[in-house]
Structures are given as structure tokens and as C-alpha cells.
Ligand binder design. Structure first.
Ligand code: HEM
Length: 467
């Protein structure tokens, strides 16, 4: 990055710098984001860390982050962890460079798959999957067994995206262990993260075995996806379901008549299966952790569910968005632990960030969402406290724009935002209505990083509510 930042000397960095190696030693390679958060708190709203000759500029101050959100001056940068996923996801929507024609093509073809109508169509399938989860949790409650929250949320979110988007059932709930697709995915995500913190010159040596395993993981992801596509082609090619896979296979671009190529479809299916479940699983897990740990919030959220849903056994599509307070608790969990904890922005032309830091065209910075979401300037003096009322309408209006960015920003922001919010709010509503959540008194929140964030070892005990 340094060539793009002519006045890098103005940007603070950690004091201890080891020649060649930079700031990486002494840092924990397993938790780069949480490490950067600690460093950022000490160094201020813009800082840099050097890793093996590469200078990375981090931004988290609310005012600077708002500048970076300006689409006239900045755009998504595909770098670091995202770039490391290119071998798996290629020019799929998430990892495509802005200039790659397949981005616009796929965006225009797939965006209607996230419209209100499309979401209403997914709702019954989402309820089915949630029913599988509650069947499992009922049994755990009856047996007095604690549940593995992130494990079960991952089953839920994987089945939800695979069935709504692709008509594919991974059978996650019938398995004791995660589906091999999940294991392979976690493998490639962790691998992509590790490659950020190892020196490129040493990486091939240190990572040779890991690279081999990664190649096997990628082959597994590809063959799984090829199987899903082949099954659909064999079953019907009429576009009758109208789900994401039908859009990919059958729909031509409304303007140009162009279609996605088979190779690109493979990339998109992997992209959606991965991007479509891992972060939502983390968001649900963090929300359940905070709800269980804050009985007052939980009681309010549950009152809302009881009031809004009443006696209806299965909530209708429109009833989900009416859970305003549940949604605030979810937003607040995503504020503290945005499960995609950073995104990168690059300058579209030479510019000056914050009136002080000149950037050349193409220079980029990493927005540290997790710390932006804790900037006292935007969030007040106690940003570490869990308080859903921060998302009450009046509180939202009183805050500056661009300080809450769990789904990224601009043209390249998350296409699945409404999908994730609907799914997560629905499931939280169903769970709150059905169970008392009993936290394990010994549990202290520990967060694992594999590009995404996940609460480690979170278990809850459940008690079925009467009625
Ligand atoms: C992009 C977060 C759920 C599909 C993004 C980005 C973020 C994000 C931060 C922008 C990344 C960047 O700027 O480099 C999240 C979070 C989710 C979530 C926190 C859940 C709580 C989903 C779901 C889907 C999805 C459910 C699909 C069904 C995508 C795709 C992109 C994306 C395809 C790339 C969009 C583009 O560049 O055109 N997401 N996401 N995400 N997300 Fe999500």
C-alpha cells in the first residue's frame, strides 16, 4: 500500500518494529482482527501495521470511515482475505474486481432474487428449517442437555441458504458432525486468513502441507457444487422454481441478453453457499449469547414476540419485520461483533483522506468495522455495553451517517442483507417464544476468527416454556 500513501509517516504505527518481519511477531496470528482492535484503540482513528514489508492502513474513526463510504471518491478494494479467496470464488459476486464484467452481469441477474417477493417466497422454507432446529432443541431441552449454539446455527443457516437458493438439502440436522462441505469451507476460510499473516516468501514452505489440504478442500467444494447444478439440470431446466440457481441457469441479462457461463455459475454457487450462511450463523450466535446474558433485554424481546405473533403457530412473512425490538437486539449484536469484521476501500482518484492523508488513485485502507462500531464519538461513552435501545429510531436519527456498517457499503454492499435479517429475526422470534435460555455461568465470551467472527464454545441450556 505504501506507494499509494505518499505521507505514510503521518500515520501512527505500533512502536515495536522488527526489520523484515514488521509488527506481526508478538501478535497473535489467530486473532488478527481483535489484535488490530487493541492496537487501534491505542493509536487512534487511522493507523498502520506492517506485515512482512507490506504496510496496511486501518481506518476506524467515524468521520474517516464516512469519507471512505463516499462512492464518488472510493470503491470496494479486493485485497487481503477477500483476494485470498479468489482461488475458490473467482469472479463470483463477493470476490470480483469492480472492473470485471461478470460482477455487473451477475448482480443484475441475481438482485431480483432478493426482492420482497422473493423473500416472501423463501419464508415457508425458512420456517421448515427452523422447525428442524426446534425439534432438535426440544429433545435437548427434554434431556437437560446443553446445545452447541454456533454448531446448530451453522446447520440452520447452511440448510436455509441451500434449500431456498438451490433446492438442495445437505441433511445437516441428521448428522452428528458438521457436513464435510462446512469443514471444507472453514478450512479454506482459515487458510485464506493465515496467508495474510505469513510472509509471502516463506508462505510456500510453511504452508506446503496446508496448501495441499486447501487444494483438497477446494476440490470438495467444487464437486459438491457441480453435483447441485447437475441435479437441477437433470430435474428440470424450466426455471420453474425461480430460486437463485434457476436465475443463474435460466435468466439472461435484461439489457444485454447475456448469460452466466457454467464456470461463473460454479463460482456463484460456492459464493452464495459460503457468504450466505457463515456470517448469519455468527450473528445469530452472538445475539443468543447477549440475550441469554441480559435477562431484561430477553424479557422485553419475548414480550414483543408474544404480543406481535400472539397465538399464531407459524408467523407469516409480514409478521417478522414487526419484531422491532428483536431486530434491535440483532443489530446491537452485529454492532459489537460484525461477523464480517472489516472491508477494504480504494481511492478512485488521487485524494486526501481527512484533509491530512494524501492517497493516490488505487491506494486502499481497511475499514475496521468492529472498532468503527465502538467509536465513542458516534456511540457515546460506553460503547462496549450491549444496549438494543441504541437502535431505537430517535437514537439512530441522532447519530451521524455511515457509522453502522455490518453489511459493508455502496454498490458492493451485501446483496443478502434482507435475507440475513429476515432469517435471523424469524429464528430469534421462534426461539424466544419457545425456550428460556440458561447461560452457562462459567462461560466467558471468546471470539474465534476465520475471516469471520464466531463465539467460541458457546453453549446454552434450554427450558421449554409452558403454553
Ligand atoms: C457482501 C456481510 C449475509 C451474500 C458482503 C459484505 C459484507 C457482508 C460486509 C461486503 C464485503 C466487502 O465490502 O468486501 C454480511 C453479514 C451477513 C451477510 C454480516 C449476515 C449477518 C449474507 C447472505 C448472503 C450474502 C445471507 C446471501 C444469501 C453476499 C454477497 C456479497 C456480500 C454475494 C458480495 C456482494 C457484491 O459485491 O456484489 N456481505 N453478509 N451475505 N454478501 Fe453478505
Amino acid at each position: 500500500a505504501e506507494a499509494g500513501w505518499p505521507r505514510l509517516d503521518r500515520i501512527p504505527h505500533p512502536p515495536r518494529r522488527i526489520p523484515l518481519i514488521g509488527d506481526v511477531l508478538g501478535a497473535n496470528a489467530r486473532t488478527p482482527v481483535q489484535d488490530s482492535m487493541d492496537i487501534g484503540r491505542r493509536l487512534g482513528p487511522v493507523f498502520r501495521r506492517k506485515a512482512f514489508g507490506k504496510e496496511i492502513v486501518f481506518v476506524w474513526g467515524a468521520r474517516l470511515a464516512a469519507e471512505l463510504a463516499d462512492e464518488a471518491r472510493f470503491a470496494k478494494h479486493v485485497g487481503l482475505g477477500v483476494a485470498n479467496l479468489r482461488p475458490v470464488a473467482g469472479d463470483g459476486l463477493f470476490t470480483a474486481y469492480n472492473h470485471e464484467p461478470n460482477w455487473q452481469l451477475a448482480h443484475d441477474i441475481l438482485a431480483p432474487g432478493f426482492s420482497r417477493e422473493a423473500m416472501a417466497g423463501y419464508h415457508p422454507l425458512m420456517l421448515d428449517v427452523a422447525g428442524q432446529l426446534t425439534a432438535r432443541w426440544d429433545a435437548a431441552a427434554a434431556a437437560g442437555r446443553a446445545v452447541d449454539v454456533p454448531g446448530d446455527m451453522t446447520k440452520l443457516t447452511l440448510e436455509t441458504i441451500s434449500r431456498t437458493g438451490f433446492g438442495h438439502d445437505f441433511g445437516s440436522f441428521e448428522r452428528a458432525r458438521p457436513h464435510p462441505f462446512v469443514t471444507a469451507m472453514v478450512g479454506t476460510l482459515s487458510h485464506a486468513q493465515r496467508r495474510n499473516v505469513l510472509p509471502p516468501a516463506l508462505a510456500p514452505v510453511l504452508l506446503r502441507r496446508a496448501e495441499r489440504r486447501n487444494a483438497a478442500d477446494m476440490a470438495y467444494l467444487n464437486s459438491t457444487v457441480d453435483g447441485v447444478v447437475a441435479a437441477r439440470r437433470a430435474a428440470d431446466a424450466s426455471g420453474a422454481r425461480g430460486d437463485l440457481l434457476d436465475r443463474m441457469l435460466e435468466v439472461a441479462h435484461p439489457g444485454t441478453g447475456e448469460r452466466l457461463s457454467p464456470e461463473n455459475i460454479r463460482r456463484q454457487v460456492i459464493t452464495f453457499l459460503v457468504a450466505g450462511h457463515e456470517t448469519t450463523s455468527g450473528a445469530l450466535s452472538f445475539a443468543l449469547h447477549y440475550l441469554a446474558a441480559h435477562p431484561d433485554v430477553l424479557a422485553r424481546a419475548r414480550d414483543e414476540v408474544d404480543r406481535v405473533w400472539g397465538a399464531t403457530e407459524t408467523p407469516a412473512y409480514e409478521q417478522v419485520a414487526k419484531l422491532r425490538y428483536v431486530r434491535r437486539a440483532l443489530d446491537e449484536a452485529l454492532r459489537l461483533w460484525p461477523t464480517a469484521p472489516a472491508f477494504a476501500r480504494e481511492a478512485l482518484a488521487d485524494t486526501v483522506l481527512g484533509g491530512t492523508h494524501p492517497m493516490r488513485r488505487g491506494a486502499w485502507a481497511l475499514v475496521l468495522t468492529m472498532l468503527l462500531h465502538r467509536d465513542p464519538e458516534a456511540w457515546g461513552p460506553r460503547p462496549e455495553e450491549f444496549d438494543p435501545d441504541r437502535f431505537a429510531p430517535a437514537a439512530v436519527r441522532s447519530r451521524p451517517a455511515h457509522v453502522f456498517k455490518p453489511f459493508g457499503t455502496g454498490a458492493r454492499a451485501c446483496i443478502g442483507r434482507q435475507f440475513a435479517l429476515h432469517e435471523a429475526t424469524l429464528v430469534l422470534g421462534l426461539l424466544l417464544r419457545r425456550y428460556d435460555l440458561v447461560p452457562d455461568p462459567g462461560y466467558r465470551l471468546r471470539v474465534v476468527e476465520r475471516l469471520t467472527l464466531m463465539p467460541q464454545g458457546l453453549r446454552l441450556r434450554l427450558v421449554r416454556r409452558a403454553g
